[in-house]
Design a protein around this ligand. Structure first.
Ligand code: NAD
Length: 500
């Protein structure tokens, strides 16, 4: 299958005019490690060069964040002043949205329009939403039953210096979901973007400086996970790590964080089920199921990668998803006609093709796709495997690509039977059910072991809705009140006021 859209002439945003630098203590500086070669996955070409942080650079960034937290202008600001700065950063992101979307699209290959409409706008919204929390993080008074008379209350305080470690699939959106609440809580930050996708993080750092964040409040250390990320997780002056990435690295980080018992939030992998009943609005269900696995070329932690469809409608549903898959226009992210871009790297494409191969060897039937797309970029066909069984690797492991594993269920299967199959995974990030039967839908919502449930909907992320995984999909929540409280500690204060 050739590319369905032509590769447009590349545009060079101003940011790419010179090698990117690290942001440490308010200054843009060179890094001590070998520079990063940043690629354009739509063309398989070198796109930019970025400084890469050594362990010593990370140490300097952490020390700057420590100073900014312990003294200086940041802790001296009122919550209202911090709120205004965070809001201004949201507005600055909105004003620079076209440029940020272009950078994100060039760097990840994701369609420009989608980057602009959802991810960059969503990032701006995360800052505006969390700006409101800066003035609303309160402790509370408590009634206690101690002898005598007491005035007892809690204080909710910023946790301190936080290290934010981000993956490559939605760089700015994931950064915003961490950074905005961390700042709202009053923390200072060392941000480590993914080595493959540092561009929007650097532009965000410039915008933060332009709107007036004091030096040291936001430090940015592009670099390798094993060097910069590892040092951040090991560092004794870091109070918390918030990590989004693979379950394997998440587990590894825990050992590093044990050194000073850092607080840890983990947003990890998923293998999320989509269940379709015959009474559903099948057109919407088919669209939703296709979007859930092929959107962002399947590189979404919450992707609906396991389909369970009632046998009465299985042919119609699988044919429908297959038709949508073959109709998707594959091309470079910055081509306005593109609906599905490349995957992030050649290595990732090979990994995905390996999974498809293993599925076929284990007896799954290839319905559509299954191959790389010719061209210099890392393109791959949206793929459906049916007749999959619970023991297959394609059903058990996160592929992180546009590959749907489909299976059917019978009329005689109860909701409990289907949920048991949906829950038969180490992951528990997201889940979806398509049905008009509200009792069945809510039974599903109660029984499923996943942090997020969607009923007759795909997507549905919102700054005010907590997002996070059960089981090996992670610890803690992002977004909503839970997301900002994750950057705070609660202190209890009790005053004996007897005898006055
Ligand atoms: P990854 O785990 O390889 O890397 C994520 C980040 O961790 C990168 O910045 C990387 O440099 C850093 N890192 C790697 N090794 C490290 C180490 N030893 N110490 C400290 N940091 C280290 O993940 P990835 O391949 O970039 O991203 C894909 C994964 O992210 C998928 O598993 C996906 O499901 C997951 N993800 C989860 C969510 C969620 O919200 N649950 C969202 C997006 C992506």
């Amino acid at each position: 299958m050739p590319l369905t859209t032509a590769l447009p002439t590349p545009v060079r945003p101003q940011l790419l005019g010179a090698p990117l630098r690290l942001l440490i203590d308010g200054a843009w500086v060179e890094g001590g490690a070998e520079p990063l070669r940043v690629m354009d996955p739509s063309r398989g070409e070198h796109l930019a060069t970025s400084a890469s942080a050594s362990a010593a650079d990370v140490d300097r960034a952490v020390e700057a964040a420590r100073r900014a937290f312990d003294s200086g202008p940041w802790p001296a600001m009122s919550p209202a002043q911090r709120s205004r700065l965070i809001w201004k950063l949201g507005e600055a992101i909105e004003a620079a949205a076209d440029e940020l979307a272009l950078l994100e699209s060039l760097n990840t290959g994701k369609p420009l329009g989608i980057a602009r409409a959802f991810e960059i706008s969503g990032a701006a919204e995360a800052f505006r939403y969390n700006a409101g929390w800066a003035t609303k993080l309160n402790g509370e008074t408590r009634n206690v039953s101690l002898p005598g008379q007491w005035h007892a209350y809690t204080l909710r305080e910023a946790i301190g210096v936080v290290g934010l470690i981000v993956p490559w699939n939605s760089p700015l959106a994931i950064t915003a979901a961490k950074l905005a609440p961390a700042l709202a809580a009053g923390c200072t930050v060392v941000l480590k973007p993914a080595e493959l996708t540092p561009l929007t993080a650097v532009r965000l750092g410039e915008l933060a400086q332009e709107v007036g964040f004091p030096p040291g409040v936001l430090n940015i250390v592009q670099g390798l996970g094993a060097v910069a990320g590892q040092r951040l997780a090991d560092h004794p002056l870091v109070d918390k790590i918030s990590f989004t990435g693979s379950t394997a690295v998440g587990k590894q980080l825990l050992a590093s964080c044990a050194g000073n018992l850092k607080r840890v939030s983990l947003e990890l992998g998923g293998k999320s089920p989509v269940v379709i009943y015959p009474d559903a609005d099948l057109d919407r269900a088919i669209d939703g199921a296709a979007m859930s696995i092929f959107g962002n070329t399947g590189q979404v932690c919450a992707a609906g990668s396991r389909l369970y469809v009632h046998e009465a409608v299985a042919d119609e549903v699988i044919t429908g998803i297959s038709q949508r898959a073959t109709a998707l226009r594959i091309g470079a992210g910055i081509d306005p006609q593109t609906q599905i871009g490349p995957v992030i790297s050649e290595q990732q494409r090979e990994r995905i093709l390996g999974y498809i191969q293993s599925g076929r060897e284990e007896g799954a039937e290839l319905v559509t796709g299954g191959a790389a797309v010719a061209g210099d970029g890392y393109f791959i066909q949206p793929t459906i495997l049916c007749n999959t069984t619970a023991d297959m690797k394609v059903v058990r492991e996160e592929i992180f690509g546009p590959v749907l594993s489909a299976a059917t269920f019978r009329d005689s299967d109860s909701v409990a039977d289907i949920v048991a199959r949906a829950n038969d995974t180490v992951y528990g990030l997201s889940s979806t059910i398509w049905t008009k039967d509200i009792s069945r839908a809510h039974q599903f919502a109660r029984r499923i072991k996943a942090g997020n449930v969607r009923i007759n909907a795909a997507g549905g992320m919102d700054a005010n809705m907590p997002f996070g995984g059960f089981k090996q999909s992670g610890w803690g929540k992002e977004n909503g009140r839970e997301g900002v409280e994750a950057y705070t500690e609660v202190k209890s204060v009790a005053v004996n006021i007897s005898g006055a």
